[in-house]
Design a protein around this ligand. Sequence first.
Ligand code: MN
Length: 232
Amino acid sequence: MTATLFTLPPAFTIPVNGESAAYPVARIFCVGRNYAAHAKEMGHEVDRENPFYFTKSPAHAIHTGATVPYPPGTSNYHFEMELAFAMGAPVFRATRAEAEAAVYAYGCALDMTRRDRQQDGKDKGRPWDMGKDVEQSAVFSPLTKAADVAPLGPQRIHLEVNGATKQDATLDELIHDVPEIIMDLSRYYHLRPGDVIMTGTPAGVGPVVAGDVITGGIDGLDPIALTITAAE
Ligand code: MN
């Protein structure tokens, strides 16, 4: 094995309920505008034909319960509560049956976003990275294996800031469901174990400030929490 000049942090891993071994994360894909009411609040028409994606670096992933400083380079840092799922099998150009069989586990996630920098990208036709690929912005709860999760649909997905409800929807409001996401994304990527996908956020996104405590949950999955402290 070739020696390295310095040592990188170990791969980010997510605990899995009922497993002593954790799930190692190689890539994080995120779906944009996957709830109609959220697309509308962001000023966009709903596009049921074409899901779109952005990515977050696994180096920017953290666990539920973390306390993080308000990030640099923004004055409009937003919460986005999301269903995440983890791939358990390799798929390429998946059929619906292959997609359904390839989901290993589900969890709660936060897609924290510099909304002002994302808007810059939209206005200027530039990438979204400064808005989305923010350090410590991908937050994950422990995963629950797919076999232990009821069929997705009626589950409530919700988020609170300091106990006040900000997002409240159900998973059947997803425009593109989990198999559809896998079928579409696997036209572009060889999806494989280690890939985690955030499925988009319901309506009600909004800003946080230092001192805020974010909590969220999805029925049947481990809840998620994040505390924001003063900027460095
Ligand atoms: Mn999102």
